[in-house]
Design a protein around this ligand. Structure first.
Ligand code: HDE
Length: 713
């Protein structure tokens, strides 16, 4: 197996052009002499139809847009590689998983689901986490999300779910938000969504960065080994930087201050050499254990708790190169859960089965042709030979007269590959069943794992879920929908429902209003598909809580610190902090009343990165006010007060040394400051190393949520 350590082989397949030092030409290669003026009848006369240069340019421009993805329209991606750290040949024959150290190029795209292409990155939403592996045996796509379960169990409900969450059709409001009537109307009638709702209302739905999210394959897949034996598998991506979120109030403010926050964060981290990295893990479930659990492995609203089946790490992914062109790569990349290689196969999960149809179909309208696999970013590095021909924008020039199989005129080529030659052979699962439009009763537990998720959260995380539900349902205008939701929530946890109800000024209904479950089956009428709660073998799982899982190796790499300055700032304090941050691969940004420079206490000019007008606390991970003279400028500034107030409210680290503590004493939250608050690093000593190291250690903890009023204390 060839090691694709560098991506040159892939690049050779791609036509790149940077246009530098080249003559401007038409699309037909004719050099252009004047690109600024159209051809006219006289200087002040009408333009001439003859102007083929103008017509070509405008025509191309008129057709520059393609339909955006129906879901996951908003996203960002990067190139990188996947490296095997722990080969699993006993489980799969997939070539790219066979040898330790083997590297395979990847392109990964992260996305939100509901918003349009230009919508904010910080919407409360599931994040897509789709990885294309350019393996020597063809393309393998692992098209997952940052949440391990899904809203629905059967593909037939997907269009309904998406119609419900997208902006309402009469007025196209709201953009990139689930907080509206149609979404909660649908959810309140779909008890199977309750587990997913717990995740979507948790801070998982407002990540700090794409680089700080887990990823999941969601469905159960199959691995198949050389001997044709199969194992069930769940895929997990574990971020090296840990899983972190922002606060909901912060997310909303970021949406205004910088809607490209995640896109920019990913781009800048890669440009700065802080390459994001994940471990790939698998949960291995022997086929004989298929029916061992209280949940069905084919039900995408369920996880396999890590307490029952641990995650085994098999490799790592590093994203180390930004795309050269967003449209050509990130927009035109076409993922498909059905792009698999020998050794990876499907389960009968009815959601996955529906996806296997949907993805090629959607590319036909989005990319416009069955030849989308010829677009450079979608090309396989394994040779492609078949009898597919023609179609819009065909790139390949197929030679010869034979485009059928079997043939004798082409010497029988291309010929079928035997299994031993790498021919894909579907796992020959035995199926003996009636053709039936039905759902398995083993899918009926809609609340058991929702409870497991909720019970696994820390008090802070539970409190955030309550507040998120108050927000979302608070935006719902129809009272009956809110009440139905309270009924469903009470089946997850009575206290949760009651706390949400307080925020809504409502009461939790005593019994669940008749849930209309998947309504497609007449059996539903006699109770066969009544939602129910099944006793769980695991009551609480630490793996489900972000706060119980701080990163293994605490780091502040790639984090940004706002350093609030005015003239007279201590040069020593600033440079001490900046140097220390740089050593940790973090960045200190100087923020001052105006751009240009501030003059330090030693009369040095310190370059200003942002003015108060263009910066905001929500765009930084921590705030530092250095010692200095003239600090009253900061203490008296409304902008600085707002800055500090947000940093405090969003539970970030705030540091002040020397005389700068006075600025904090003037801040609106001063009366709330307590000695127990470990996120406030204040010392009268100026520019001390201990202060800087305390500040950095506090930043490693990410947030000090204890500062917030907690509904579960
Ligand atoms: Fe997708 N999904 N999906 N989905 N999905 C699409 O394909 C679909 C589902 C996911 O960055 C579409 O190329 C159906 C689950 C990601 O380009 C479309 C069903 C999971 C992306 C589609 C699901 C996903 C998509 C839209 C229910 C997590 C973005 C554009 C049966 C495991 C990939 C496109 C990218 C995109 C259909 C459910 C993940 C329409 C029918 C569950 C990450 O084909």
């Amino acid at each position: 197996m060839k090691n694709l350590q560098d991506e040159k082989q892939r690049d050779l397949l791609i036509n790149k052009s940077d246009g530098t030092n080249k003559f401007l030409t038409t699309d037909q290669g004719v050099r252009i002499n004047d690109d600024n003026n159209s051809l006219k009848a006289g200087e002040r006369g009408p333009s001439l139809l003859e102007d083929f240069i103008l017509r070509e340019k405008i025509t191309h421009f008129d057709h520059e847009r393609i339909p955006e993805r129906i879901v996951h329209a908003r996203g960002s991606g990067a190139h990188g590689f996947f490296e095997v750290t722990n080969p699993i040949p006993e489980l799969t024959k997939a070539g790219f998983l066979q040898e330790k150290g083997l590297k395979t190029p990847v392109f990964t795209r992260f996305s939100t689901v509901a918003g349009f292409r230009g919508s904010t990155d910080l919407a409360r939403d599931v994040r897509g986490f789709a990885v294309k592996f350019y393996t020597q045996e063809g393309i393998y796509d692992l098209v997952g999300n940052n949440i391990p379960v899904f809203f629905i169990q059967d593909a037939s409900k997907f269009p309904d779910l998406v119609h419900a969450v997208k902006p309402e059709p009469h007025n196209e409001i709201p953009q990139a938000a689930s907080a509206h009537d149609t979404f909660w109307d649908f959810i309140s009638l779909m008890p199977e969504s309750m587990h997913m709702i717990m995740w979507a209302m948790s801070d998982r739905a407002i990540p700090r960065s794409y680089r700080m999210m887990e990823g999941f394959g969601v469905h159960t897949f199959r691995l198949v080994n050389e001997a044709g034996e199969s194992t069930f598998v769940k895929f997990h991506w574990k971020p090296k930087l840990g899983t972190h979120a922002v606060a909901w109030d912060e997310a909303q403010k970021i949406s205004g201050k910088n809607p490209d926050f995640h896109r920019q964060d990913l781009w800048e981290a890669i440009e700065a050499g802080n390459f994001p990295e994940w471990e790939l893990g698998v949960q291995i479930i022997p086929t004989e254990d298929e029916n061992k659990y209280e949940f069905d492995l084919l039900d995408s609203t369920k996880i396999v708790p890590e307490e029952l089946v641990p995650v085994k790490i098999i490799g790592r992914m590093v994203l180390n190169r930004n795309p050269d062109n967003f449209f050509a790569e990130t927009e035109q990349i076409a993922f498909h859960p059905g792009h698999v290689v020998p050794g990876i196969d499907f389960s009968n999960d009815p959601l996955l089965q529906g996806r296997l149809f949907s993805y090629t179909d959607t590319q036909l309208s989005r990319l416009g042709s069955p030849n989308f696999h010829e677009i450079p970013i979608n090309r396989s590095v394994a040779p492609v030979h078949n009898n597919q021909r023609d179609g819009h924008m065909r790139q390949e020039i197929n030679m010869g007269r034979v485009s059928y199989h079997p043939n004798s005129l082409g010497g029988g080529c291309p010929y079928q590959a035997k299994i031993a030659e790498g021919g894909f052979y579907s796992f020959n699962e035995r199926i003996d069943a009636h053709k039936i439009r039905e759902r398995s009763e083993s899918f009926n537990d809609h609340f058991g794992q929702a409870k497991l998720f909720f019970n696994s959260q820390t008090p802070v995380e539970k409190s955030h879920i309550v507040k998120a539900l108050r927000f979302e349902l608070g935006k719902v205008e129809t009272t009956a929908i809110r009440v139905r939701m309270l009924g469903l929530l009470s089946q997850v946890d009575r206290e949760l429902a009651e706390k949400v109800a307080i925020g809504l000024g409502a009461t939790v209904p005593p019994i669940l209003e008749t849930p209309i479950n998947h309504g497609v089956s007449p059996e539903n009428e006699n109770g066969k598909h009544e939602p129910r709660t099944v006793e769980q073998s695991v009551q609480s799982s630490d793996a489900l809580s972000m706060l119980k899982n701080p990163t293994n190796s605490p780091t502040i790499a790639s984090r940004k610190v706002a350093i609030l300055c005015s003239d007279g700032v201590s040069e020593a304090a600033v440079s001490n902090m900046k140097k220390a941050l740089l050593k940790e691969d973090a960045k200190g940004c100087i923020i001052a009343p105006h751009l240009g420079a501030v003059i330090s206490d030693t009369d040095a000019e310190i370059h200003v990165d942002f003015s108060f007008l263009t910066a905001s606390s929500v765009l930084f991970d921590a705030v530092y006010i250095p010692d200095g003279l003239g600090l009253s400028v900061l203490a008296e500034s409304d902008e600085v007060n707002e800055f500090l107030n947000d940093a405090y409210k969003h539970c970030k680290v705030i540091g002040a040394d020397g005389k700068a503590g006075a600025v904090l004493s003037a801040a609106p939250f001063a009366s709330k400051i307590t000695n127990e608050d470990q996120g406030l690093i204040i010392t009268e000593e100026a520019a001390s190393d201990k202060f800087v190291s305390d500040f950095i250690s506090a930043m490693e903890k990410h947030r000090f949520w204890d500062r917030e009023p907690n509904l579960y204390n």
